[in-house]
Design a protein around this ligand. Sequence first.
Ligand code: KMH
Ligand code: ZN
Length: 303
Amino acid sequence: MAKPRKVIITCAVTGAIHTPSMSEYLPVTASEIADAAIGAAEAGAAIVHLHARNPEDGSPDQSPEAFAPFLGVIKQASDCVVNITTGGAPTMTIEERVRPAETHRPEVASLNMGSMNFGLFPMLKRFPNPKHQWERDYLGNKNIIFNNSFGQIEYILTTLGPLGTRFEFECYDTAHLYNLKHFLDAGLVKAPLFIQTVFGLMGGIGAHPDDVMHMKRTADRLFGDQYQWSVLGAGKNQLPIAAMAAAMGGNIRVGLEDSLWAGPGQLAKTNAEQVTKARQIIDGLGLELATPDEAREILHLKG
Ligand code: KMH
Ligand code: ZN
């Protein structure tokens, strides 16, 4: 009998989209981020995707020094795969964005595969009174463009590739899959590709099942068996999209970076709570959870 497929859960514990006024449970300090990552790994996440924040006001902080304290604690406590963001926040320069991964040389770094509008302002309807001025400026800005030009993508690949870091290719629309294909054909990226398709962010593709199917079909046509598919549904789309993708051969990303919710109107108190829900989907489908070492083998990570 064929063995059940191993599904990789990634947990993105804090990110740079949500702000502290939206949820008291959003990890902000180094010790909160470390606890969140360790808890997520204990609940079944093979990979933790990490951003840092300024402990004073919760604003995104992309200095390598901000990552160091929680990276050390996570490494001591867990063998999970560490994934450091190169997206940072869409207001940062590319040099600033790449520095934490360049300094800390993780097994995986995120790599965003195209430029796009980034609409955070709809969240102001749900959370109309942010506490800090930076939150009001950030969320109210209707002119945010997330810059990921071909030159910037190449800069990240040629800076981090030689360090042995591999990539979580974040694709927010079908064009981003074609951009990735360009880099594969140019020999700048190597299979197996870990493709994180992102659904339901304003500026990217929607979160309808047709959108999921279209991204999957396009990736299948462009990359065949040269890729591992993972999905991230923003906000309330997180678990429905996770369930759909898991049933179709995909891997799952959860975490408070992508959704603050544990259910309708109910804030998630921990990242581990969302990992547990993803795990229930995997169990229910008769699939198995990938351990960190299995994820390393599947994705050809340096270990
Ligand atoms: N917040 C995600 C939708 C990055 O860190 O490079 C995108 C993200 C970007 O994870
Ligand atoms: Zn991120």
